[in-house]
Design a protein around this ligand. Structure first.
Ligand SMILES: NC(=O)c1ccc[n+]([C@@H]2O[C@H](COP(=O)([O-])OP(=O)(O)OC[C@H]3O[C@@H](n4cnc5c(N)ncnc54)[C@H](O)[C@@H]3O)[C@@H](O)[C@H]2O)c1
Length: 272
């Protein structure tokens, strides 16, 4: 039987914009019936409208996925529409705690926990029993390269995303026998609403981006969605428990920069 099956439901959180928006659109093009959750009602209806206009199927659940009542509604709407086979836990954000750790507050850590890890547990916990019952499922979580590479100023974000990747690994082992695969992607440098390339580059020379990112540019959101599509497809039927970096090579380069003069590489920023 093909995976996902034609009658099955795919749930995407934060599915209106950015990587989540590209994922909703791409999986709808594949033929998935999408249940799109997003906190932004207007953006959600816009994306759902585009999906339907292109011949796809999409239902919207507006609300903050960190709210357990919204998780319950996502479950009710999705399971009413059909069996859930694909879950993309995409919501995450580094912005609520962007100061260095010593200046951050427990209230910020709490919000970072809710936004980056806790809702992944809640929604997975809500949808997993149905997947286990049918013996079919693919869960794709969205982590970050900072789960693997340090990032000053974002230790709390990086800790909770390391949690997402560790959860991915251990849950994959636990549920593999039920026909369910659990993987994640670790993005870097998506040109999305959260991290627009223009804002990230600021007043610096955009010509220097290739000294920093081996592939030489920021990522298009659909390039991340393409890996989510792969991980949630039959093509990845023997892949589970992994976090795949989708980063233009930054994690592999870690600390190495192409020289501006084009003469090789440096790990000394003053030579970059
Ligand atoms: N942009 C990057 O370079 C990058 C790098 C590493 C990791 N990530 C991760 O990728 C994921 C997507 O990032 P993005 O850049 O596409 O984000 P984005 O902010 O551009 O888009 C996020 C989407 O989720 C929705 N959303 C936000 N909070 C929500 C909530 N509480 N409940 C429901 N919906 C909510 C937003 O309305 C929006 O539609 C996040 O988990 C992020 O941490 C992104």
């Amino acid at each position: 039987m093909t995976f996902p099956s034609p009658e099955a439901i795919t749930v995407v959180t934060g599915g209106a914009a950015g990587i989540g928006g590209a994922t909703s659109r791409r999986l709808a093009r594949r033929g998935d019936r999408i249940v799109l959750n997003d906190i932004d009602a207007e953006a959600a209806e816009h994306t759902a409208g585009e999906i339907r206009a292109a011949g796809g199927r999409c239902e919207v659940v507006v609300g903050d996925v960190t709210n357990p009542a919204v998780v319950a509604t996502i479950r009710a709407v999705a399971e009413e529409a059909g069996p859930v086979e694909v879950l993309v836990n995409n919501v995450g954000d580094f912005r609520p705690a962007k100061r260095d750790f010593v200046h951050s507050s427990p209230a910020q850590w709490q919000r970072m926990h809710e936004l980056n890890l806790l809702h992944v547990l809640h929604l997975t916990h809500a949808l997993l029993p149905g997947m286990i019952e049918r013996g079919r499922g693919a869960i794709v979580n969205v982590s970050t390269v900072e789960a693997f590479r340090g990032i000053p100023g974002h230790s709390v974000y990086s800790a909770y995303n390391a949690g997402v990747s560790a959860f991915t690994k251990s849950l994959a082992v636990e549920v593999a026998r039920h026909g369910i695969r659990v993987n994640a992607i670790a993005p870097d440098l998506a040109d999305s609403e959260q991290t627009p390339a223009a804002l990230m580059i600021g007043d610096r020379d955009p010509g220097r981006v290739p000294t920093w990112v081996p592939i030489g540019r920021f990522g298009h959101v659909d390039e991340y969605a393409a890996v989510v599509e792969f991980l949630s497809s039959e093509a990845a039927s023997y892949v589970t428990g992994h976090t795949i970096p989708v980063d233009g090579g930054t994690l592999a380069a870690s600390g190495w920069y192409a020289r501006v003069d084009g003469k090789g590489w440096t790990n000394f920023p003053r030579e970059a």
